[in-house]
Design a binder for this molecule. Structure first.
Ligand code: ADP
Ligand code: MG
Length: 333
């Protein structure tokens, strides 16, 4: 054997050894119109990569079903047909719609997927918003009670023409939950999966907690509070994600279903809870409700905590975070 061949053999053995080693893996991708990040601890690189691919494929599948931007999505089909009569839908869509309706009821209509009839008239990138006349005409189409959801087989009907739904306030949370379930099926015990503002943390960082910052609404790099986390979902809704400013007014993507206009009173809402589908929808709902009603709702819900940032930049922690939240925020000052 030549010396070169011996070296090659040694090198390949070395890299095989490295492949088999347990380590943290990280991957990012753009799916569902947002940045997806996966971090996980895997006993082998190969097995970890397989798990990552399975999660990404699941997120792409959910996007194909629930995207409002694809004319062939299940969501688009429902929007086209449900005003003519009940449409049979998948068990999966039924499950997401049922949870959306539950959050609508809990929040007294602050969360409402029928915001879409007005919502689709906004284009935040191009600075377009509905006229006063359009608002007046479309506002009656917004009401989650226009949705008639029935089981066996799962069906959805719109009670009146002109109703439209959009799952932008809940589908990413659902997708994050599905991704975490897939990681668990692959035997992963320590992971982070985030899709834009919706994240879920599986286990801890191997003996340490995950530490997540609540960002300053006006400064991407600024952190207002640090949350030490494990085994939880975390969703943040902010007025700085998608917006434009016209005549000094900020038009952003969280709409008050009662007015069809951007919700006022808070700058950001972060919600902690067991499942991302719930924290996602709740973060949007609480943003619309405003500080007092938001906190009152959080305090009623077991297993849910929240951090609010108001328009003066002040932080408000729910009682379960209380002391821990205050000291985490103080440590940053
Ligand atoms: P992000 O999409 O940045 O994660 P959120 O979770 O806060 O943000 O959800 C905002 C999205 O939810 C909007 O882009 C829109 O698709 C949808 N949405 C806006 N207002 C409402 C509302 N009142 N109820 C339900 N969904 C809403
Ligand atoms: Mg949300």
């Amino acid at each position: 054997m030549t010396r070169a061949v011996v070296w090659l053999l040694l090198l390949s053995l070395f890299s095989l050894g490295a492949q088999a080693q347990a380590q943290w893996l990280q991957r990012s991708a753009d799916i569902m119109g947002t940045r997806v990040v996966i971090q996980l601890w895997s006993e082998s690189v190969g097995a970890g990569e397989v798990a990552i691919e399975a999660v990404l494929e699941e997120l792409r599948r959910i996007d194909r079903a629930m995207s409002p931007f694809r004319s062939d999505s299940e969501l688009s089909r429902v929007n086209q047909q449900a005003a003519q009569g009940a449409v049979v839908i998948s068990d999966e869509l039924y499950g997401v719609l049922a949870r959306a309706q539950q959050i609508s009821e809990l929040s007294d209509g602050a969360f409402d997927i029928t915001f879409a009839s007005v919502g689709h008239r906004y284009d935040y990138r191009r600075g377009i918003r509905p006229s006063e006349q359009q608002l007046e005409q479309l506002l009656p189409m917004i009401d989650y009670q226009h949705l008639v959801l029935t089981p066996d087989p799962p069906r959805l009907a719109f009670a009146r023409p002109g109703v439209r739904i959009d799952l932008g306030g809940i589908a990413k949370g659902y997708a994050v939950d599905r991704g975490i379930a897939i990681l668990q099926q692959h035997g992963i015990e320590h992971a982070l999966l985030s899709a834009g503002g919706d994240s879920r943390f599986l286990g801890d960082r191997r003996g340490r907690l995950w530490r997540v910052g609540v960002r300053d609404p006006d400064d991407k790099a600024g952190i207002r509070a640090l949350l030490p986390l494990s085994n939880t979902a975390l969703s943040t809704s902010g007025d700085y994600e998608r917006f434009f400013i016209q005549d000094g007014e900020r038009y952003h993507h969280i709409l008050n279903p009662r007015s069809g206009r951007s919700a006022k009173g808070l700058r950001s809402v972060s919600v902690l809870g067991a499942e991302a589908i719930t924290t996602d929808a709740l973060s949007t709902a609480l943003f619309v409700l405003g500080r007092q009603a938001a906190m009152a709702l959080v305090e009623r819900l077991p297993g849910i905590e929240a951090v609010l940032v108001d328009t003066e930049g002040r932080l408000h922690f729910s009682s379960g975070l209380g002391q821990a939240g205050q000291s985490a925020a103080a440590a940053l000052d």
